[in-house]
Every structure is written in structure tokens, then in C-alpha cells.
Write a protein that binds this ligand. Structure first.
Ligand SMILES: Cc1cc2nc3c(=O)[nH]c(=O)nc-3n(C[C@H](O)[C@H](O)[C@H](O)COP(=O)(O)O)c2cc1C
Length: 323
């Protein structure tokens, strides 16, 4: 058994401790989720989309056509109050696992378990890890502030070991800032049993980046070219829990409006109107959600090659450390 395999692999029915993030809006669709699962990892399917819950049901079914292996559907907890059907379809479809993010998992854990669904919970704080453990989730994902997309402000390096200590023995996966074998080994050293990556998998060939030039921007960016901001949420009309903001590549639009959020809110209607498509932002106002690991991502390749290369590099790093 490879030292890289961990008990969480048995728990989730996967071969390698690598997951792809269930990125909303279609970026992580059936093709990406299935490719990661077929490569032995845990494929993540975005579970929130403007197309609504029935669109997610269709994507779950499509994923099942593409893989026999376990995958996880990502659902934002903070919208379940107004849109509970995003979780209902996961339960009706008896998905292998659900990853809850951005809120209190407690009200949903029993229902998911009764349906035979594993519950993963992505948290951004130590308190969140404690609460997830108390709620009885099966796996905690500790998501650091380097992460792409919406996240909190605590860095992965500090959060992961503290989340492991707070998790009462529940397996912890690390997310945020990991894009190669060095990152995987570092997270295992911190006590995580594996990793979840988003930014790296936006540049998998099977991903369907939804944002304007999303993949190209990641391939060109370095670690210092992201921004932790609300500007895209203001344009999109999205609200997030306290302390949660979006990390995107620093686009020209973000550079222009970050720090001027009040004025942006006043200009929102005019910006939306300029797109010509009702309710949709013009291309220059699209987010390019990605994390500080963007600078480690220099090629687009199949998900299976991403996983294979990370595992090979991790083995090399371990051998070097041993010697
Ligand atoms: C384009 C993009 C979209 C994301 N969408 C979601 C989402 O819908 N739900 C969620 O819980 N996390 C989302 N995330 C965050 C990931 O779950 C994960 O924590 C993060 O990508 C890990 O950091 P990394 O980007 O450095 O790999 C998203 C990340 C990216 C890059």
C-alpha cells in the first residue's frame, strides 16, 4: 500500500487521496467529476447552477453514465433556506456523497446519512471544524484563504493542523494552495489525509470554465496576481456568510473596482445593462475565480494526467525527504 493512501480512501471508496472541487456554475461538470473518479480520486460535481436543481439532477445522472465510481456533489449551505431543492435532488438521486460548504451542516447530516450518503463539510475556520465534528460529518475539508473561489481568511498552513486537532479523529482533507506533489506531501505532513484542488482542475481538459478567459488567466498568473474581493458578487447579486469572500485572478475589472464596492453597487444596474443579456454581467465583469496556486499551473491536461503527475511527484518528494 502506498504511503499516500490513507484511511479516508477506504471510507470514500477511492484509490488516491485527491479530490476535485465541486465548482459551481458548470466548471466542474460531469466530464471532470467522472474523469477524476475514473482516475481513482474523488470527482467533485458542482451542485449549484443558475439552471436550477433539475439541471443538477441531469448532471448527476450524466456523471453516473460516465463513471461507476464514487463522486461528491457540492452544495452551498447558505442558500438551502431559500433553495432546498438543490439538496433534495442529491438525496433523491442517492449520490455517493455530498460536500456541504459555507454554513452549519447540522440540520442536514442525519437526512443525508439516512439516505446512505456520505457527508463532507468544507470549513474555513477552526470553530467550523469543531462544529462539523460535532454535527457528525464523515469528512472535514479545511479550506484555507489561498483557495480559489469563495473562502475564508485563515491560511491553509495554519488551518489544517488546527482543524485536524479540532476534528476529534474525523478525517480532514486540505484545500487551498495545493496544485502539485509537494503540496500533497506537505498536507499529509500537517495531518490531512488528502487534498481537494480547484484551481489545478479548472485547467483539466475535462473542465468547462464558465468565466471569460478563465483558464487562460490561470495559466498566465503568478501567486501574487489574485484578489480576495466582493466585486464579482456585487455584480452577480450574491450574498455570502460573514468572513467569506471570493478569490479570483486580478482582472482589470477587479483592479478597477476592488476597494470601491459602494460605488460599484450604485453602478451595478448600468454595468448589467451594458451586457445586452438581461441579468447577465458583461464579459469584462466576469470573475476568474482561482487561488494563489495559479502560479503552479502551467498546462492544461487531462484530469488523469494531473493526478498521475501529482502522485509521482509526491513519491519523489517523499523519497528525497527519507534520504
Ligand atoms: C472556479 C472555482 C469555483 C469554485 N466553486 C466552489 C463552489 O461552488 N463550492 C465550494 O464549496 N467551493 C468552491 N470553490 C472552492 C473549492 O471548493 C476549493 O476549496 C478550492 O478550489 C481549493 O483551493 P485551490 O483553488 O487553491 O485548489 C471553487 C473554486 C474555484 C477555483
Amino acid at each position: 500500500m502506498s504511503v499516500l493512501q490513507s484511511p479516508v480512501c477506504d471510507l470514500l471508496g477511492i484509490d488516491v487521496p485527491i479530490g476535485s472541487a465541486g465548482m459551481a456554475g458548470g466548471t466542474a461538470g460531469p466530464a471532470l467529476a467522472a474523469a477524476v473518479s475514473n482516475a481513482g480520486g474523488l470527482g467533485g460535481l458542482g451542485g449549484i447552477d443558475r439552471g436550477g436543481p433539475e439541471e443538477i439532477r441531469a448532471r448527476i445522472r450524466r456523471t453516473r453514465e460516465l463513471t461507476q465510481r464514487p463522486f461528491s456533489v457540492n452544495v452551498w449551505v447558505h442558500i438551502l433556506g431559500v433553495a432546498p431543492a438543490f439538496l433534495d435532488v442529491c438525496i433523491e438521486e442517492r449520490v455517493p456523497s455530498v460536500t456541504l460548504s459555507f454554513g452549519d451542516a447540522t440540520p442536514y447530516v442525519d437526512r443525508l446519512h439516512e439516505a446512505g450518503i456520505k457527508v463532507m463539510h468544507q470549513v474555513q475556520t477552526v470553530a467550523g471544524a469543531k462544529a462539523a465534528a460535532a454535527a457528525g460529518v464523515d469528512v472535514i475539508i479545511a479550506q484555507g484563504g489561498e483557495a480559489g473561489g469563495h473562502t475564508g481568511g485563515v491560511a491553509t498552513l495554519a488551518l489544517v493542523p488546527q482543524a485536524v486537532d479540532a476534528a476529534s479523529g474525523i478525517p480532514v482533507l486540505a484545500a487551498g494552495g495545493i496544485a502539485d506533489g509537494r503540496g500533497l506531501v506537505a498536507m499529509l505532513a500537517l495531518g490531512a489525509q488528502g487534498v481537494v484542488m480547484g484551481t489545478r482542475f479548472v485547467c483539466a481538459e475535462e473542465a468547462t470554465p464558465s468565466a471569460h478567459a478563465h483558464r487562460e488567466r490561470i495559466l498566465a498568473a503568478t501567486a501574487d496576481e489574485t484578489v480576495f474581493t466582493d466585486v464579482f458578487d456585487i455584480v452577480d447579486g450574491m450574498r455570502w456568510p460573514d468572513g467569506i469572500h471570493g478569490r479570483s485572478i486580478l482582472t482589470q475589472f477587479a483592479a478597477e473596482w476592488h476597494g470601491r464596492e459602494d460605488e460599484l453597487a450604485r453602478q451595478r444596474d448600468a454595468i448589467l445593462a451594458s451586457s445586452g443579456v438581461p441579468g447577465e454581467a458583461p464579459p469584462n465583469a466576469h470573475s476568474a475565480y482561482a487561488g494563489q496556486a495559479a502560479g503552479l499551473v502551467r498546462d492544461a491536461k487531462p484530469a488523469a494526467a494531473i493526478i498521475r503527475d501529482i502522485l509521482a511527484e509526491a513519491e519523489t518528494v517523499l523519497a528525497r525527504l527519507r534520504s
